[in-house]
Ligand binder design. Structure first.
Ligand code: APR
Length: 301
């Protein structure tokens, strides 16, 4: 886990509690990764898990990692959009991916730092690794937000909601209503069009809502979402999850990282799944791709 801040430490804790893998927390701040690792180990004595969690300011301890999760960077504050972070986080992501890749050349890289889609491009070009092994976490989080609102609106268990959010991890993300169900029942049968549109909008601006409340970006759901991707890879679960994947023609999009459903297993992204989208949804996806392209265009990597 590179970055032992709010998201990185949450992800580490969720993973440690799953009890199948050791975790190394790496951060530039002295004492922070060591302190959080110690605290997470001691939490294991209460909750009953015992993987070894190690904190470090270097990468040696992380050598031969199976999965590297990049959460290093600056989070949003105030009125910042994710895209405002681009130049600061680009430099950080270049540096941490280079260092992590030297120690763990066979790893699978999950990027969480924002602006997510652009940072995936940085990670891919710095590592030179194939697209199957470099991808990002956004869709699970965006989908979790959409699912939460749907459960509240319909009064159904969130466990029965299967939602789908595609596109870039920005305000132009595309919640796919046609592929969203509650216990197999299309959401359009259970909620009014107005209510659905309000939930779509709240989902797209979901990160901003949290920044307004917290003064910084969220960490519980993002950390857990990244941990779910690690689970899918480490346990070779073949989960069908929305992730930020490098597209080469899928959905009519070429050479761009975007959120799409993929099959995640020990090989990383084992398949990009193409959904049939309505005309409106495809138009929104194209607009989202344009927004991602604009941010990618300002990268220097
Ligand atoms: N190497 C290692 N760690 C670094 C580096 C670096 N070069 N630069 C920054 N960090 C660390 C910081 O020291 C900090 O502990 O990254 C951590 C980021 O943690 P937080 O500031 O708590 O931010 P967090 O909320 O975890 O968000 C991290 O994830 O969701 C995204 O937008 C969010 O880009 C942000 C990232």
């Amino acid at each position: 886990m590179v970055g032992a801040g709010a998201v990185g430490a949450t992800c580490a804790q969720v993973l440690a509690a799953r009890d199948y893998a050791d975790v190394v927390l790496v951060d530039i701040k002295e004492g922070l990764p060591q302190g959080k690792a110690l605290d997470i180990n001691q939490m294991g004595a209460v909750l009953g898990y015992e993987p070894n969690v190690v904190g470090s300011n270097g990468y040696e301890e992380s050598a031969e990692s199976d999965v590297v999760v990049i959460t290093a960077g600056v989070p949003r504050t105030g009125d910042m959009s994710r895209d405002d972070l681009v130049s600061i986080n680009e430099k950080i992501v270049v540096q941490v991916v280079e260092a992590a890749a030297v120690q763990s050349p066979e790893a699978i890289l999950i990027v969480v730092s924002n602006p997510l889609d652009a940072m995936c491009h940085v990670a891919k070009s710095v590592s030179g690794w194939p697209k199957e092994r470099v991808f990002g976490m956004a869709g699970i989080l965006d989908t979790a937000r959409f699912s939460t609102f749907i459960a509240w609106e319909t009064g159904a268990s969130v466990k029965d909601v299967t939602a789908m959010v595609l596109g870039g991890h920005g305000d132009q993300m595309v919640p796919v209503v046609s592929a969203t169900t509650v216990g197999g029942v299309p959401v359009r049968k259970l909620a009014s069009e107005d209510a659905i549109q309000a939930m779509v909008e709240r989902t797209a601006k979901g990160g901003g809502e949290l920044v307004k409340l917290l003064g910084t970006s969220a960490w519980y759901a993002p950390g857990a979402a990244a941990a779910q991707m690690v689970d899918a890879i480490m346990l070779d679960e073949k989960r069908m999850l929305p992730c930020t994947a490098y597209l080469e023609g899928e959905y009519g999009i070429e050479g761009l990282y975007m959120g799409v459903p993929v099959k995640l297993g020990r090989g990383g992204i084992e398949e990009v799944v193409e959904l049939e989208l309505s005309e409106d949804e495809q138009t929104m996806l194209n607009e989202s791709a344009d927004a991602v392209r604009e941010v990618v265009g300002v990268l220097t990597t």
